[in-house]
Design a protein around this ligand. Structure first.
Ligand code: GLU
Length: 409
């Protein structure tokens, strides 16, 4: 099933719960605008290359379109539309005044030099500038884009419009209007939600084990926060494979090895004699209590869902569980904390950055973390109570709550 079909599937289920009309369903499933362009950049070695680019403005019922821009080979219209739709849901789940948007360039970022990457960033803004603006559509980083690229995009936008507009984009570098804590916000938000869930379940974190897929920004921060809570990280995977240490991985060491050598799997015997390297998919079925997919889409699917041992799946990645897998996990009694709640901390802190830029004030790290804690806890409570009251999964509850909030506007 393609990504946009997943969104439609989840939305239909929630629409059934809410008893929505055909007209309401169609409205909620149709993007306002799909913008397309072909971006051409000069190559360092001479000549040029062109890449298809998209910006999908899904819906702005609750505020300006909001969502990241990814540079990824799989970024096509279907995927970008699904992610834009999910942004609208996510912003409504946490109750921030934004709609949903997403951008993508279909490119392998590993094949571009620094100069080529930044040329692509400028071309992206040139192509869609008239559709961006602090009150219109506010992009942010996503896969393979970062604060430096956001800075370049903002500079290009300000050059085109001829005035300062720092609130046009979030996830900027700190010196350029970015906010302290945006880099760790996605994982921070997910762990706040996990702590609230464990409290509801009356479970002591220090007795738990976790397996984490993804040792990039979000995965590494989640691993660090979980081990600070006393959770033993027994499996950590990246694109090269899964590092398994039954007694618990030294997360700091594993991340520094990845930085130096390229993969957590280069740890060798540094992690102790009982460490093992397994295949990339092995992380999903490791014997743990908490599974954290923090990398790619469709990682828990019909083929491996029944072998998931974890009782909690914390979806830091967007779309890591297919609808078929979702049903299998629900039947097994697994609590899946859905992406639209679990990873909404990123866009929530983007909202703080947007507020900071608009007011000219500077938020402290403490202000940001306190407010994030409050918003994520409230969102979790609303979703968990709805799920309990209606006897549905957390995903169904999150979608239903979000759809009703979008329709209220
Ligand atoms: N790309 C992130 C997401 O998928 C953040 C979007 C934002 O900050 O606007 O939620």
């Amino acid at each position: 099933m393609a990504a946009f079909q997943y969104f439609k599937h989840n939305t239909s289920k929630a629409a059934d719960l809410l008893g929505l009309s055909e007209e309401q369903r169609t409205k909620l499933m149709t993007p306002d605008r799909v913008l397309r362009a072909e971006l051409t950049i000069p190559l360092d070695g001479g000549g040029t290359a062109s890449f298809p680019a998209y910006r999908v403005q899904f819906n702005n019922r609750r505020g300006p379109y909001k969502g990241g821009i990814r540079f990824h080979p799989a970024a096509d219209e279907d995927e970008v539309s699904a992610l834009a739709a999910m942004m609208a849901i996510k912003c409504a789940v946490v109750g921030i005044p934004f709609g949903g948007g997403k951008g993508g360039v279909s490119v392998d970022p590993k094949k571009l030099s620094h100069t080529e990457t930044h040329a692509l960033a400028r071309e992206y803004v040139k192509a869609f500038a008239e559709h961006f603006g602090p009150d219109i559509d506010v992009p942010a980083p996503d896969m393979a884009t970062n604060p430096e690229i956001m800075d370049t995009m903002l500079a290009e936008y300000e050059r085109i419009v001829g005035h300062k507009a720092p609130a046009m984009i979030t996830g900027k570098s700190i010196g350029n209007g970015g906010i302290l804590g945006r880099d760790t916000a996605t994982a921070d938000g997910a762990i706040i939600v996990l702590r609230a869930l464990l409290k509801d379940q009356n479970v002591d974190a220090s007795k738990l084990r976790a397996a984490i897929q993804g040792a990039g920004n979000a995965g590494a921060q989640a691993a660090k926060l979980l081990s600070d809570m006393g959770v033993s990280i027994t499996a950590l995977a990246d694109s090269q494979g899964t590092l398994v240490v039954a007694n618990g991985i030294n997360v700091e060491l594993a991340c520094s090895i990845k930085e130096k050598e390229g993969s957590v799997c280069d740890a060798g015997t540094q992690m102790g004699d009982d460490s093992q390297i397994l295949g990339t998919e092995a992380v999903i079925t490791e014997p743990v209590e908490i599974l954290v997919p923090a990398a790619l889409e469709e990682q828990i699917h019909q083929g491996n869902a029944k072998d998931v041992k974890a009782g909690i799946v914390l979806e830091i990645a967007n779309g890591p569980t297919t609808p078929e897998a979702d049903e299998i996990l629900a039947a097994q009694g697994v609590a899946v904390v859905p992406d639209v709640l679990a990873n909404a901390g990123g866009v929530t802190v983007s909202y703080f950055e947007w507020l900071q830029n608009r007011s000219g004030e500077t938020w402290t790290a403490l202000q940001t973390s306190d407010r994030l804690e409050e918003i994520m806890n409230d969102a979790y409570r609303d979703v968990a109570d709805f799920a309990l009251f209606r006897g549905v999964t957390l995903r169904e509850a999150a979608y239903a709550l979000a759809l009703s909030r979008i329709l209220e506007e």
